[in-house]
Structures are given as structure tokens and as C-alpha cells.
Design a protein around this ligand. Structure first.
Ligand code: SAH
Length: 241
């Protein structure tokens, strides 16, 4: 079973939306587990404080390294095999490849930030992978943890209806997926591309590949460049080793 441990100030946010639909069914079937851990339980002062003002001044509050580390150590003792990931906009952007690797493993302990984030010494003192879910700022790591878990859970064995629908998806090949159509065959005067109704599977496959490539090139030049770099070994430029 895939084990998710989530360290958070808002344990009632879990499993939240992951209690529904595909992830919810998988949860009830025992394919994964979601254990929320209240970070505040690891505070030691009378006010159970988890944060303090930023060293050097400035707005907001910072999560204390000592309190958070106690929570992380508790989670690690409960499930020593799980990698620990902190949600932070300073982290490495989450990728489908990382999601796939996590889903193939025993689970993950996820650390959700709040306020201005974590005292940096936490990441020096503990083996914690910093991950971001994108270049925008959330009010807390909980939504990020839900995103990461949703992406992992759908890949667990037996979770997705059509087993094949994992492989063709956007990003799996380094490209966006081709566009989809369904009935009605005509809607507001618009028809479905003729090739998709031809029944010619080779032509359909070729059309889909070509659409995936065109759309990736136009919509995501960054992805397209990486895809091309991986495919066509570039001749060594002068000065390169
Ligand atoms: N001051 C920080 C932002 C703090 S937002 C900065 O500018 O970098 C508060 C918390 O929300 C963070 O600690 C983190 O856990 C979460 N969070 C915000 N944006 C995120 C993102 N893009 N990816 C992952 N977690 C994020």
C-alpha cells in the first residue's frame, strides 16, 4: 500500500478532495493511506507556537526549524522508508517523471508550509527534498500536497480504469497530448476531424503524433526544445568538451 503522511497545521484538509472520485475509491479499496499529522503537536511552549518572526526583519512569520524537525522525525520513525518532501516555491518543479518514481515507491511524507515558509536550517539538517508545484504562490503547502498525491495515486496499480490511459497522457512522452473529440459528430456547425472517423488506425495514430508535436511546439516551446534535445543528439559546438 502507498502511504502518504502529511505534516500540516490543517490536518482536516486531508484527504479532502482525494476522498472523492478515483482517489477516493482507491482509498476505500486500501490501495493507499493518508495519515495527517498535526505539526502543532510538536510545539513545546505553552502557546504551542510553530512560527516566529523572520530574522533580519520583514513581513510575516517563519516556521521554526526545531518544531518542524520534531514533526519530521516523528513521521520518519513511523514510516522510515518514505522519502520526505517539502512543498515550497523554492523547490524543484514537480514533473511527471518524479510523480511516476514516487508512485512506484512506498509512499511519501509531505511537509506543508504556511506563512513565509520554513527556517532554511531544516533543509540542511534533514534529508528533505524541496518540491514546487509551479511558479505561483499558494497560501499553504496543503493544496500542493493534494496535487502531488492526486498525481501519484492515479498511477497506483488497479486505480485507473483503462490501464493504457497512463501512457499516452501529456508529458509521458515529453509532449502534450493530442486533442480529443467525442459525439455529437457535429456541434454548433463544427465537425470532428475527418481522419478520426476514418477507422484507419495507422492514419489516426500518425495524425495524433503530428498534432501532439505541433501543439507542443506552439504552446510549450520549452517542452518542445527539451524533446528535440533528447531526440537529436546535437553536434558538439566548438568549446564544448
Ligand atoms: N514566502 C514564500 C512563499 C510562502 S507561501 C516564498 O516567496 O517563497 C506559504 C507556503 O505555501 C509555502 O511554505 C509552501 O509550503 C506553500 N507553497 C506556496 N507556493 C507553492 C508552490 N508553488 N509550490 C509548492 N508549495 C507552495
Amino acid at each position: 500500500m502507498f502511504i502518504a503522511q502529511v505534516i500540516t497545521l490543517y490536518p482536516e484538509m486531508f484527504p479532502g478532495p482525494l476522498g472523492h472520485s478515483i482517489a477516493g475509491r482507491a482509498l476505500r479499496e486500501g490501495r493507499w493511506r493518508c495519515d495527517a499529522i498535526q505539526m502543532r503537536d510538536f510545539a513545546t511552549d505553552r502557546h504551542r507556537s510553530v512560527d516566529d518572526t523572520p530574522a533580519g526583519g520583514g513581513a510575516g512569520m517563519v516556521l521554526r526549524a526545531d518544531v518542524v524537525a520534531r514533526a519530521v522525525d516523528h513521521a520518519a520513525a513511523a514510516a522510515p522508508d518514505l522519502p520526505v518532501l517539502a512543498l515550497t516555491p523554492r523547490g524543484r518543479p514537480l514533473s511527471q517523471a518524479r510523480v511516476r518514481a514516487l508512485a512506484a515507491g512506498p509512499g511519501a511524507t509531505l511537509l506543508c508550509g504556511r506563512f513565509e515558509g520554513f527556517d532554511q536550517r531544516l533543509f540542511e539538517a534533514r534529508a528533505i527534498e524541496e518540491v514546487s508545484i509551479g511558479d505561483y504562490i499558494l497560501s499553504g503547502g496543503e493544496m500542493g500536497a493534494l496535487v502531488l498525491l492526486d498525481a501519484c495515486v492515479r498511477l497506483l496499480p488497479g486505480v485507473m480504469g483503462a490501464a493504457s490511459s497512463g501512457d499516452e497522457e501529456s508529458f509521458e512522452s515529453g509532449l502534450l497530448e493530442y486533442p480529443h473529440y467525442t459525439r455529437p459528430a457535429e456541434w454548433e456547425g463544427r465537425t470532428i476531424p475527418e481522419v478520426l472517423r476514418s477507422g484507419d488506425h495507422a492514419r489516426i495514430a500518425a495524425w495524433r503524433t503530428s498534432m501532439a508535436e505541433t501543439d507542443t511546439r506552439l504552446r510549450r516551446p520549452d517542452l518542445w526544445e527539451r524533446h528535440e534535445d533528447a531526440r537529436v543528439p546535437r553536434p558538439l559546438a566548438r568549446g564544448d568538451e
